[in-house]
Ligand binder design. Structure first.
Ligand code: MSP
Length: 532
């Protein structure tokens, strides 16, 4: 038992500080939080990173419009992003800001190393730039997009500058090899195909410095050049681990963090895939660093059937999110995001009617109802003590096998970041408990004294299956599940990393005291007729 546990490193994008946090940022961070919690509970050595991207022309412009310094704007909005981390109960292990010295020191070294290795050279760029995306857009694509941003629709800007270029073209072959040898480097499949298309188009060298503004990391010895924000930002995934530090520089980043590289998952939205799936691995190759295992690019939330945009004013913003949390609970909000969210390759609508439907069906009518039914029957027929399992079994309900299969399936889905599948396996157990109750009718058994042992066995099996289901569901709804554990008389500490042991059939001790409590998820009756 002395081998150290496997590491699991998962990251969110670092968010631009010129924007206020909204559902999009909350979603990606929730996905990472759920995966991080699950893998910690499984006993893995987890590092979960998020943070803010604070340099670049967008931040400089926004600050200018507001009459504050870029740093002041960054401080204010980074604090806002950190407030959301607490509001949504995220368990990130660090929060990196690209204006922190621990980050900039390492980025400067990376740049020096790239220059020394011939991967960065001085040149001249003339072409199109998408300021919202901080992206250079080749002429052919700019034309296809009618000289507008593919993401925001705003006009592209014509740019003519002396820049340092990164020799991306030199990595064409190695990237093609990577995509072939590591077919899951980019997921889902549709996104991988998109990147294969970009590789087929051929890669051009990319400018990695800018001279027309100053809010960025200066190029060492070349102060009129500041670093292009993407090279700066992507580096966060390794600077937070101190990968660019020498062994004696322990004051900036704890040295033992280096064990987390390479990342298991960079979770991002689809609009920033090229940077993560092509530029970043090439940069790591140039720096001679190992590559991440998977870049997972999810799709987008839209709002009540329409793309979210500033002009429509339909962003699901923090106050809307707070409204959902107040009405349904934080855990119900997390549940909706991860079971209904756009982890696949199509966009998903965030609609109130859908939220209510999912809440009532999964949480009020299934999980909450099943828990209170079982705990109430145990209270009524067995004085609130978990009964003896006995040896009574019902055909079609081989519980040790059913729970084992659900746990295996949930663990396997989680490892692949298939969150709704994992939660489906766990909730599936709860649904099976309901079918079991329908099939065995314990309330009828209770009227017949000769069926006492059978009744005990049935309710033991129900409670035990629910206990295992809750262990699997904890990562998504930690607060509610901890409440459920109190009802079931369970003293569980996910920090112990013993999820597998807890999923073994028979863990529930007969005699355990169970308590009737408030409904975990009260049914939500909406006043709007369209809701049901
Ligand atoms: N700063 C860059 C990322 C640098 S990472 C090295 C950036 N920041 S951002 O603030 O614009 O955040 C973009 C991310 O927010 C997306 O990749 C995605 O994770 C999330 N979302 C923003 N809008 C979204 C939706 N409508 N739906 C889902 N997620 C989206 O890009």
């Amino acid at each position: 038992m002395s081998a150290s546990p496997r590491t699991f490193y998962i990251t969110t994008p670092i968010y631009y500080v010129n924007d206020r946090p909204h559902i999009g940022h909350s979603y990606t961070t929730t996905v990472c939080d759920v995966a991080a919690r699950f893998h910690r509970f499984l006993g893995l050595d987890v590092f979960f990173l998020t943070g803010t991207d604070e340099h670049g022309i967008k931040v400089e412009k926004s600050a200018g419009e507001r009459g504050v310094s870029p740093q002041a704007l960054a401080d204010e909005n980074a604090a806002e992003f950190q407030r959301v981390l607490r509001m949504l109960d995220f368990t990130n292990d660090d929060f990196i800001r690209t204006t922190q010295r621990r980050h900039t020191v390492q980025v400067e070294r990376f740049v020096q190393q790239l220059i020394a290795g011939g991967d960065i050279y001085l040149g001249q760029y003339e072409g199109w730039y998408d300021e919202g995306q901080e992206e250079f857009v080749p002429d052919t694509r700019a034309k296809d997009q009618e000289y507008k941003s593919a993401v925001s629709g705003r006009p592209l800007v014509r740019m003519r500058e002396e820049n340092y270029f990164f020799r991306l073209s030199a990595y064409q072959q190695r990237l093609e090899d990577l995509y072939r040898e590591q077919p899951e480097f980019v997921r889902p499949e549709a996104r991988r195909n998109e990147m294969l298309g970009r590789l087929r188009d051929g890669l051009a060298d990319v400018p990695v410095t800018r001279t027309s503004f100053s809010w960025g990391i200066p190029i060492p010895g070349q102060d009129k050049h500041v670093l292009w924000v993407w090279l700066d930002a992507l580096s966060n995934y390794v600077t937070a681990l101190g990968i660019g530090l020498s062994p004696d520089e322990v004051d900036l980043v704890p040295r033992d963090r280096a064990r987390f590289w390479p990342a298991d998952y960079h979770v991002i939205g689809k609009e920033i895939l090229f940077f993560h799936a092509i530029f970043w691995p090439a940069m790591l190759m140039a720096l001679d660093l190992p590559l991440p295992r998977c870049v997972y690019a999810h799709s987008f939330w839209i709002s009540e059937g329409r793309k979210m945009s500033k002009s429509l004013g339909n962003f699901i913003d923090l106050s809307t999110i707070q409204g959902y949390i107040d009405s349904f609970s934080l855990d119900a909000f997390r549940w909706f995001l991860i079971t209904q969210g756009p982890l696949g390759s199509t966009d998903t609508d965030f609609a109130r009617a859908k939220f209510i439907e999912v809440y009532n069906s999964d949480l009020a009518n299934t999980l909450g109802n099943s828990l209170s039914r079982v705990v109430n029957m145990i209270a009524k027929y067995f004085d609130g003590r978990a009964p003896q399992p006995g040896d009574y079994t019902v055909s079609g309900f081989d519980w040790p096998a059913l729970t084992n299969a659900a746990a295996d399936a949930a663990i396997a889905s989680m490892a692949r970041l298939e969150l709704s599948e994992a939660m489906g396996s766990a909730l599936g157990l709860v649904r099976q408990v309901d079918s079991f109750i329908d099939a065995t009718r314990p309330f009828t058994m209770a009227k017949d004294d000769s069926k006492r042992a059978e009744l005990a066995a049935v309710l033991y099996q129900c409670a035990e299956a629910l206990r295992i289901a809750t262990v699997l569901l904890w990562c998504a709804m930690p607060n509610k599940i901890e409440q459920a554990w109190r009802l079931l008389g369970q003293d569980i500490d996910p920090a112990a990393g013993n999820l597998r042991d807890l999923c073994r059939w028979g863990g529930l001790k007969p005699g355990t005291a169970m308590v009737k409590g408030e409904a975990l998820f009260p049914r939500f009756a909406d006043t709007e007729p369209s809701a049901q």
